[in-house]
Ligand binder design. Structure first.
Ligand code: ZN
Length: 132
């Protein structure tokens, strides 16, 4: 595993893109809407990892709910794995709870699943695998 990216929930991509491009000294390399998840994302390369900014596209979006409860900030940590199906099996055997055990298409050409924060010290953990 490696830290593939950190997801940061923001109220406004426009505002936060200005902030992060100043912070990192570069523009995002990709902006992408993930309709099913109710988010628009911007991705920045930071060394071998990335920063993913997430803006809600509707009040029902998980990002809206997160910001209502906790405000803007770090939303999830994403571990890049070689084989998402075998990692899901391994972690289930270890007793971890998944929000959904079926990998879905996420942003940035990835298959993704999320572990429930109640089984990971309150941290929302994403596993992601590059799509074949
Ligand atoms: Zn992510």
């Amino acid at each position: 595993m490696k830290i593939e990216h950190l997801g940061i929930a923001v109220k406004s991509l426009e505002t936060s893109d200005r902030l992060f491009s100043r912070l990192l000294g570069k523009e995002y390399y990709k902006q992408e809407a993930v309709e099913r998840e109710g988010v628009t994302t911007s991705f920045y390369k930071v060394g071998d990892s990335k920063i993913e900014l997430l803006e809600a596209t509707s009040p029902e979006s998980p990002i809206s709910k997160f910001i209502d409860k906790k405000g803007e900030g770090i939303h999830h940590i994403a571990f890049g794995v070689e084989n998402i199906a075998s990692e899901i099996e391994r972690l289930k055997k270890e007793g971890f709870v998944f929000i959904s055990e079926e990998p879905k298409e996420g942003a940035d050409n990835k298959l993704v699943v999320f572990l429930h924060p109640k089984s990971t010290n309150g941290v929302l953990v994403e596993l992601c695998q590059e799509k074949p």
